[in-house]
Design a binder for this molecule. Structure first.
Ligand code: SAH
Length: 455
């Protein structure tokens, strides 16, 4: 161990880690430094020193990287939300491409794969259609909303996250004004007392419809019509509701929603497919990039109208419905029952009759249907959570032998693992695209097309 806690070091940042942290060496000893970007020369304070590497805190940028930019958001460092704001957008995309390529090579053993496109955003700001602001008090007792300082639960006031819609600020001001005027208390995590916990806002990107839902530690809001009267003045306001959460835990939403004004949902569309979104629905947060991602998946699926398609891990059926118009039949599988209820509702809303949905684990439903009913598939699309596909899913796909598998992934490490498994037998990776769903953050989505070998 070369250094100890609180030592000051000078480090040139040569690389960036998976979480966007800068990586460099001081006297041959590797240090991870959050908020430092590749190419920076920085002064940093050692916070934790292990045998082979350590963590240091950025104190001063001595010589900025040519790719360093001034973060647009004044809270960029304190907030845990964006990890890459200090890096130019062009370099962010490069970082993401490199991350995917690295995992495909290292974990998957694919050394000569071409990543054919990196789909970035023209305006990589204000893309989020959903915001959840915690409500609390500052030390003077004033009601505030903002975000939790990285890894803590103390609220840093900020009503205008630059990833979210501009209207959020007005909505939050109105909610706070209502709370102050009507003596409505914010929830206090330490005592479990107080009423308003979070404000959830969703905006339909294509429709302009707005939903506001107050998450409350109770079932009633005093003088609720004062709040709804004020919020209704905002053009596009469509749905105002309460979500009941009286539990003393960190989960944001409770199960019950009480409508206060307007509809219980807003409508939005991705491409031509409409979706009804309630406070509890899962819905992709970046609608612009989601459309590009699904367009890519659709292109990779190569549908002509004759295919039977399975969409595993289908959520509210977004991909299924996107593909249904070009396929003969689509089957979606998803573990969360309300998501499947949404999927069926959305199919009906769009007049789609060739999509059927099953509730259950993909690793149980697919083998069962295959073994008992002998179902087949021309194309299988998977979009699993970060841990990737279960072995039983991979095995069943290998038995079903679809002509094409389209793998949509939010974690390129597990993607690489699963592709390796599929390619050991009869598949070959044909195309890979990377889509930036979360500009300023480190996450990245990948879409891969696998085709069946002739042998
Ligand atoms: N394709 C959807 C959602 C993908 S997110 C969309 O684009 O909107 C991954 C989904 O997999 C989540 O909805 C999650 O609930 C679901 N899931 C997680 N484990 C699962 C399992 N074992 N079987 C089926 N679905 C699962």
């Amino acid at each position: 161990m070369k250094f100890k806690k609180n030592d000051m070091v000078t480090v040139e940042i040569k690389d960036m880690g998976h979480d966007g942290e800068g990586i460099g060496k001081a006297e041959g000893y590797t240090l991870f430094i959050k908020d430092a970007v590749i190419g920076d020369l920085v002064e940093a304070k050692v916070m934790k020193a292990g045998k082979n590497y350590g963590y240091a805190r950025l104190m001063q940028v001595l010589k900025p990287s040519k790719d360093r930019v001034e973060p647009k958001c004044s809270c960029a460092r304190a907030c845990g939300g964006c990890q890459l704001q200090a890096l130019s957008y062009e370099k962010q995309l490069e970082f993401k491409e490199k991350k995917v390529r690295g995992n495909l090579e290292r974990i998957g053993g694919f050394s000569d794969l071409e990543i054919e496109k990196v789909i970035g955003m023209e305006h990589p700001w204000r893309y989020r259609n959903k915001a959840q602001y915690p409500v609390g008090k500052d030390k003077d007792g004033k009601i505030i909303t903002g975000f939790y300082a990285g890894r803590t639960h103390s609220i840093i006031p900020n009503q205008d996250c630059l990833l979210g819609a501009e209207i959020n600020e007005t909505i939050l001001e109105k909610v706070i004004a209502y709370m102050e005027e009507n003596h409505v208390t914010p929830y206090d995590e330490t005592t479990g007392r107080g009423l308003v916990r979070h404000v959830l806002i969703r905006c339909g990107y294509q429709t302009g419809e707005i939903m506001v839902c107050l998450i409350v530690n109770g079932r009633k809001l005093p003088a609720a019509e004062k709040l709804t009267d004020s919020l209704r003045e905002i053009p596009g306001m469509t749905s105002i509701s309460l979500n009941v959460n009286t539990k003393r835990n960190n989960v944001i939403l409770g199960e019950e929603v009480i409508n206060l004004w307007g509809q219980a949902f807003i409508t939005d569309a991705i491409g031509e497919v409409k979706y009804q979104i309630s406070p509890l629905s899962f819905y992709q947060v970046n609608p612009i990039q989601t459309e590009k991602l699904y367009e890519t998946a659709l292109e990779f699926a190569g549908l002509t109208g004759k295919e039977t398609v399975w969409d595993l891990y289908c959520g509210i059926g977004t991909i299924s419905l996107f593909l249904a118009k070009k396929a003969k039949q689509v089957y979606g599988v998803e573990i969360v029952p309300p998501a499947i209820a949404d999927a069926r509702k959305n199919a009906a809303l769009n007049g789609i009759e060739n999509a059927e949905f099953y509730v259950g684990k993909a690793e149980e439903v697919l083998p069962e249907k295959y073994e008992q009913e002998g179902i087949s598939a021309d194309v299988i699309v998977v979009d699993p959570p970060r841990k990737g596909c279960d072995e039983a899913v991979l095995q069943t796909m290998l038995k079903m032998k679809p002509e094409r598998i389209v793998y949509v992934s939010c974690d390129s490490a597990t993607l690489a693992r699963d592709l390796k498994r599929l390619c050991e037998e009869m598949y070959e990776v044909k195309r890979v695209a990377v889509c930036d769903m979360f500009p300023q953050g480190v996450h990245v989505e990948t879409v891969a097309l696998l085709t069946r070998n002739a042998r």
